[in-house]
Design a protein. Structure first.
Length: 296
């Protein structure tokens, strides 16, 4: 059995009977026989690997498609709209993900002689073909799921190897920036953390720039390069996604959802919500609840 086939079978077995992604040994595993409805969320720094089927993640106006044998890497918190784009009874979608650990990346960079140069200019998200060594390490981590003792003792070393394979793989230049405190990605990550803590407030770009130690022009340039949007646009995405989550719990409380995420004008909230999600708030939430086809 090839490593990709074993990866598919192990994920399918671990995810069986779970409608949502399941946490197993530090990884999330997921399988579905149906495509899913596009749903927004703030994705953490993560590597996601597809063993069968396909998925699409959208950042702003850019779509990132990844299928069997490919991985998506995200290096800062990004507001993405994602869905499973290829799945069927005969060929279910099967995939897994692992959160990136900045301390592990920093430690590996210190121990190795890898150059600490900046990655090429571009967003903090990318798709690549998974090399055999990366797939093999993920398979070995999933094998440990059947033995809690093995997973506790051996799991950290295998996760460390996965990080090493990412650092030395096709997206190594992007991933290594996660472990460098003064890198473009790390600075943008600090700005994002500040925005997430104040997303329901009026944000002054001057205050945000001072918080991360950059000029306003430098902050805007680095932020737009990493996220494909300005800090204010990023805040708006976070607000609207948080409002959507609230509306899934109470589709009729449109005014309350808008107010809770910082909107003082109900008409502005409805207008911007419809522009982003394609339907007014109440209708969009009802459609999501009726579909039952959502996935993180």
């Amino acid at each position: 059995m090839s490593d990709l086939a074993e990866l598919r079978d192990r994920i399918a077995s671990l995810a069986a009977g779970h409608r949502r992604p399941r946490q197993v040994g530090g990884m999330k595993v997921f399988s579905t026989t149906r495509t899913t409805f596009p749903l927004g969320s703030v994705a953490e720094p993560t590597v996601s690997l597809v063993a069968q089927g396909a998925k699409r993640s959208v950042l702003g106006d850019r779509a990132f498609d990844y299928a069997a044998g490919q991985f998506l890497v995200i290096t800062v918190d990004l507001p993405l709209t994602s869905h499973v784009s290829a799945a069927s009874e005969a060929s279910p979608f099967v995939g897994c993900s692992l959160r990136l650990e900045p301390p592990t990346i920093a430690e590996l960079l210190l121990e190795s002689r890898l150059p600490s140069r900046e990655s090429r200019a571009g967003p903090a998200i990318s798709v690549s073909d998974a090399e055999q060594d990366l797939i093999d390490a993920v398979v070995r981590l999933l094998r440990l799921a059947s033995s809690p003792d093995d997973a506790r003792v051996l799991g950290p070393a295998v996760k460390r190897e996965i990080h090493w394979r990412l650092l030395t793989g096709p997206q190594g230049g992007l991933v290594r920036q996660v472990g460098l405190a003064d890198s473009r990605i790390a600075i943008v990550a600090r700005a994002i953390a500040w925005i997430k803590g104040h997303y329901d407030e009026v944000i002054r770009i001057e205050d945000l720039a001072a918080e991360v130690g950059l000029s306003v022009s430098s902050l805007n340039r680095h932020f737009r390069t990493a996220t494909s949007m300005s800090p204010v646009q990023y805040q708006k995405q976070i607000r609207l996604q948080q409002a959507r989550i609230r509306l899934l719990a109470n589709p009729r409380d449109v005014a309350g959802a808008g107010h809770a995420v910082g909107y003082t004008s109900a008409s502005q909230f409805t207008r911007e919500y419809r522009r982003m999600f394609g339907a007014p708030p109440g209708l969009d939430a009802a459609q999501l609840l009726d579909s039952h086809l959502v996935v993180e």
